[in-house]
Design a protein. Structure first.
Length: 403
């Protein structure tokens, strides 16, 4: 006769799982991707504040925000394209062309400023559409197509400019975009709305995790982040109010961030973008319209690039052949990658545009205060891009090996 021995299952271990190297890579590729960026930003601020106390003055903080807005919008433009696993090297050229077009429509043809702005944004979207269709239908590398497009757009921009090579926007009505500041009370109201909006987005993600049966904490994943964002916004507004208030251009940037944060995290379109960037073949098998989503990503990039060019023209109170040129493309890509958007597709967040732009803007602003030359600034920016790309590659490879 068989004898059955009843055994008692071993008690569940109460020890927390060890933090392995693979687990660390997974966290850095996901929930903790923002942490190194924040540490780097705080370190940059500490260094420059030590070298030049003017760096943390309310006036310079306002200038820093204004310097970072154009780079931030350019970074925001490249993020959807990077998420779907493509690249767009024409975003800076689109910004220069559309900024110049806005100026000429207003000054030469007498269009109302807002109508000229709308027309320029439409042109940017159309350029993105043409390039997106060309790339997706022909199979040509986006790197080469958009690089060629940037050269053609640069020529079109030069054709729009007069022989003098520049146009003065003083008195055109366009200068208010970068020259307007919000009253103190409106600035604090904006901080409250920003915190509430961020909290709602986090709460939506929290509810989705609950529906899927994934471990979720309301206090840790919703309340604490929303309170933190609200406190940071309130501090920023208080500092800016000591000078002239929150710049209208900064408000435009944050509204764009909020819109695309919702689109990328709460809509099927955003889900499809990440799915395509993760694996194009798997996305096709899941009946995701890959070609249309990629084309839409290029259209978004074109429209946002146009807005960046308009803001830049307003800030400079003029347009010239230099609008959209220089290191703008490099800084935009660097800001996106530094903020956590992967060059390999499938991973990124719109908040990367804000963090990356602040890092790039802080370094540029600090070196300006210290009187460093342009060549040093370009070398440092290039080095930062190489470092950020290397870190991104290491994190991506480590997270893949851990699976």
């Amino acid at each position: 006769m068989a004898t059955y021995v009843q055994t008692t299952p071993p008690a569940a271990s109460t020890k927390k799982p060890r933090m392995t190297r693979h687990r660390l890579f997974e966290l850095l590729a996901g929930d903790l991707r923002i942490l190194p960026v924040l540490i780097a930003l705080l370190a940059i601020w500490f260094i420059f504040a030590s070298l030049s106390p003017v760096f943390v003055s309310s006036r310079n903080i306002t200038n820093l925000f204004m310097q970072s807005v154009v780079t931030g919008i350019i970074a925001l433009a490249i993020i959807p394209v990077l998420i779907v696993g493509e690249i767009d090297l024409s975003i800076a050229a689109i910004s220069g062309l559309c900024g110049t077009l806005t100026a000429q429509l207003t000054l030469q043809l007498g269009w109302p400023p807002m109508l000229a702005v709308a027309a320029a944004i439409l042109v940017g979207v159309t350029i993105g559409l043409i390039q997106g269709v060309w790339i997706t239908r022909s199979g040509a590398p986006s790197f080469l197509v958009t690089f060629g497009g940037s050269l053609a757009l640069g020529g079109a921009q030069m054709a729009l400019l007069p022989k003098a090579g520049n146009v003065n926007l003083l008195g055109s009505g366009l200068e208010f975009i970068a020259g307007e500041y919000l009253p103190a009370s409106i600035g604090f109201l904006f901080a409250i709305v920003a915190a509430l909006s961020f909290g709602l987005l986090r709460h939506q993600t929290f509810r989705e995790k609950q529906k899927l049966g994934t471990a979720a904490s309301l206090s840790r994943q919703v309340v604490a982040p929303a309170v933190t964002v609200g406190a940071l916004c309130a501090v920023a507004v208080a500092i800016l109010n000591q000078y002239r208030g929150v710049p209208l251009a900064a408000l435009i940037f944050f509204v764009l961030l909020a819109i695309f944060a919702y689109v990328t995290t709460q809509t099927k379109f955003g889900l499809y973008m990440f799915a395509i960037g993760g694996s194009v073949e798997s996305a096709r098998r899941a009946a995701i319209p890959v070609l249309r989503i990629k084309t839409a990503a290029f259209m978004i990039a074109g429209g946002l690039s146009a807005i960046a060019g308009i803001v830049a023209a307003s800030r400079l109170i003029g347009v010239s052949v230099g609008l959209g040129g220089g290191t703008l493309l490099l800084e935009g890509i660097a800001a996106a990658v530094i903020g956590g958007t992967s060059l390999f597709g499938g991973r990124g967040t719109v908040w990367a545009a804000l963090l990356g732009a602040l890092v790039i803007g802080s370094i540029s602003n600090g070196m300006d205060l210290l009187g460093m030359s342009t060549e040093i600034k370009m070398a440092v920016t290039g080095g930062i891009l190489v470092l950020a790309t290397t870190i991104d590659a290491v994190i991506s490879r480590g997270s893949l090996l851990s699976k």
